[in-house]
Design a protein around this ligand. Structure first.
Ligand code: IMP
Length: 413
């Protein structure tokens, strides 16, 4: 049985908390796309962990964790994360030999290109994600399995640097010396070599176990279905998780979509329900909306039903978790976008481009004191009405309502 957790907005929905909450039900937790651009914060008994590459299942002592073929792995970060978390975690971690590797030059290219784009910058996390996926698609990427034969890999990289010499010069990026590269690659091999395997086969061999695919980034950042070009470079939706792990669609049992009770976005790109006034500021402050990976302040705004309904459909959600409801405590009124308007036309479907769309809102009565509530019947009346309203509009059962950062602060309906 395979279940999937996927973000329904522009990321940072709090997927890590739900993964952590349900992780005890699963034997294997799988990351299938993205890389260390992700930042999953989980809080257990007051202790905060920021995970970037390690699947959130590392917090479950009995679960096996898999970094699947669709992930782009920056070995330096992964080694650091393993050492910071607990060296023994390696006994519960496998990395796909088909996953592509991020090297320092990918990061340098990402940052240099963003600088060159100026005001049209995507606002990437600067982690080399786009350049690494670009190499993968151009069939010049490096797979983790290639660490097996460092000499051959060095030869391949030398050719790659030679081919890209002009491009590196243009971007003012230094090509690393072969000596330095060899040393680094050897370090990666020593640290990770024994856990790099064919994870597709591992998953197939373990079909009798319960598996959870842990999505990174989110639906509206999907390279095909998101707000292109202001997206990440992988398929973040449910079908991407299957490609990124080698699991067939027929194995998928349940899809859990995660959305915040409001909307945030880091980086540039359209955001119809963004509130650049005091309400947005209040949400940012109450929700501590600053990026886990980059520390950037997140853009904040109201819940967008048009976007959420699109995401529910793209992913085939069976159930939804609404996160950070407590952040809206203390608002007299809360707004929800129920449709867009463009050139006098009402749009109820999320269009391929959001140029010039305006949000059409309804206002609902606000509430206070939903923080850390654990039972549905204990939620303030208007908070319950808000959740029921969203449920009706997005067309999927809202099973979880999160009312605080801790694992315990969750209503399960
Ligand atoms: P990249 O994935 O670093 O290339 O960044 C592309 C876009 O995706 C930027 O707008 C980033 O801010 C956004 N992004 C990437 N990863 C995350 C994430 O984990 N949470 C939220 N936004 C993300």
């Amino acid at each position: 049985m395979v279940d999937l957790i996927v973000g329904l907005q522009w990321g940072d929905e709090g997927k890590g908390k739900i993964v952590d909450l349900v992780a005890k039900n699963y034997d294997i937790i799988i990351r299938s796309q993205g890389g260390h651009n992700a930042g999953h914060t989980v809080v257990v008994d007051g202790k905060k962990y920021a995970l970037h590459l390690l699947p959130s299942g590392v917090l479950n002592p009995n679960a096996m964790n898999v970094i699947g073929n669709g992930v782009v792995v920056y070995p330096k970060q992964l080694i650091k994360e393993i050492n910071n978390f607990d060296k023994n975690i390696k006994n519960k971690l496998l990395i796909s030999d088909k996953a592509h590797m991020i090297l320092d030059h990918h990061i340098a290219i990402d940052q240099a290109r963003e600088k060159l784009r100026g005001k049209n910058a995507i606002g990437t996390t600067g982690r080399g994600i786009g350049p690494a996926y670009a190499d993968k698609i151009a069939r010049v990427g490096i797979r983790m399995g290639e660490l097996k034969n460092i000499d051959k890999l060095i030869e391949k990289l030398a050719h790659y640097y030679e081919m890209n010499k002009g491009y590196f010069e243009y971007l003012k990026i230094e090509i690393p010396s072969i000596e330095k590269l060899k040393k680094e690659l050897k370090e990666y091999k020593n640290a990770l070599g024994d856990i790099i395997v064919d994870t597709t086969k591992y998953l197939w061999d373990n079909f009798d176990k319960n598996m959870l695919l842990e999505g990174a980034q989110a639906t509206l950042l999907d390279i095909d279905h998101g707000t292109y070009p202001y997206v990440t470079s992988s398929n973040t939706i449910a079908s991407g998780a299957l490609t990124g792990s080698g699991l067939s669609p027929k194995k998928l049992n349940k899809v859990i979509g995660i959305a915040k009770a409001y909307t945030t976005r880091v980086g540039n790109g359209p955001f119809p329900t963004e509130d650049i006034g005091s309400d947005g500021d209040k949400i940012r402050k109450q929700g501590a909306e600053f990026g886990t990976t980059t520390g950037r302040p997140r853009r904040c705004g109201w819940f967008d039903v048009v976007a959420a309904r699109y995401a529910v459909e793209l992913n085939g959600c069976d159930e939804v978790a609404i996160m950070k409801l407590d952040v809206l405590d203390g608002f007299d009124k809360v707004k929800v976008c129920i449709a867009y308007e463009r050139d006098g036309e009402k749009l109820e479907y999320f269009p391929s481009d959001l140029d010039g769309v305006e949000s059409i809102y309804v206002e609902l009565e606000g509430w206070d004191k939903s923080a850390n509530v654990t039972k549905w019947e204990d939620l303030p009346k208007n908070a319950k009405k808000y959740i029921e309203f969203l449920e009706d509009k997005i067309g999927s059962h809202i099973k979880y309502v999160s009312t605080g950062a801790d694992r315990k602060s969750t209503v399960i309906r």
